[in-house]
Design a protein around this ligand. Sequence first.
Ligand code: SAH
Length: 351
Amino acid sequence: MTPLARLLLQRIEASGPISLADYMADCLLHPQHGYYATRAPFGAQGDFITAPEISQMFGELLGLCLAQGWLDQGAPSAFTLAELGPGRGTLMADVLRATAKVPGFHAAANICLVEASASLRAVQRATLAGFRVTWYDRAEDLPQAPLFLLANEFFDALPIRQFSREGAGWAETMVGAQKGVLAFGRGAAVAVAALAHRLQATPPGTVVEICPAAPAIIDAISARISALGGLALVIDYGGWISQGDTFQALRAHQFCSPLAAPGEADLTAHVDFEALARAAGCAHAYTSQGALLAALGLHQRAAQLARGLTGTQAQAHQAATRRLTAPEEMGNLFKALALFPQGAPPPAGFA
Ligand code: SAH
């Protein structure tokens, strides 16, 4: 039993079952035992590998997409270049390298990272040495300025609540205790305001999930974009109006039960992009990661990088290109949502 499992069992025995959101928040961000607080989860040695860790092309193309948006909006002379949940800082480093030759972009950019984990902040500081960077705890605290923002695999790490439709109400999935170990249970069916619009189209017995923190984050981003200009690119796995149980745990690249090793496995859920778009007070566009990267020129960039490579390096580069874009790999499972000012044309890659 992990140390966090023991703490959670004590808490449940004292005050009753907890929601998945409370469980997930402790598992990921508990200051002593949380997954992001204690581990270096990314890369081949970690529990999972993310797009920026697969290939530099991901950050290069997204960086140029943001820079193109900045130029299209008249190149505002002071803007926030932000990332939510930057992990090891690889994506931002690739963005900065790719945009170094865009005249005026770096001089106007105020680099702001939203990161909850102190240990990952230290990794990001090392990766981005040489740049002036400011860290924030919450997206809601980002400066009031034009906002050009990236979020890759950030929303999937935010705590979710899960419900099953029962009659005209919703029964919440809870984490309780059974014979001294953590176990899933269901609460009584009640009305849930955040799911009122889902009732009619959801068959009885069907599971749906909500991410309570997401609307306020999207609102904070879209309010800046509407009032001051900007562009946000949110990339994650999930779909439009997601449905079903998507709560999952990954440990050393293997799926395991989300209750098996609290604090020692990565916990995520699919992102419901319709819920994000619904919370946005500005224009939005939606496509797949594969379609977006292809439209931004990934295959041309891949061919250019391939010229210098031979043998296993060439094979790895080819595999990385496929992994990012092929429909049966990340290309279709991962989606991209752009937020941009009402009346502006959709950003590059989304047209
Ligand atoms: N974007 C990176 C890392 C994704 S993992 C990549 O693509 O490689 C999720 C990241 O979000 C981690 O950096 C994690 O510490 C951070 N994070 C998770 N929950 C957070 C929260 N509530 N507030 C701020 N950062 C959070």
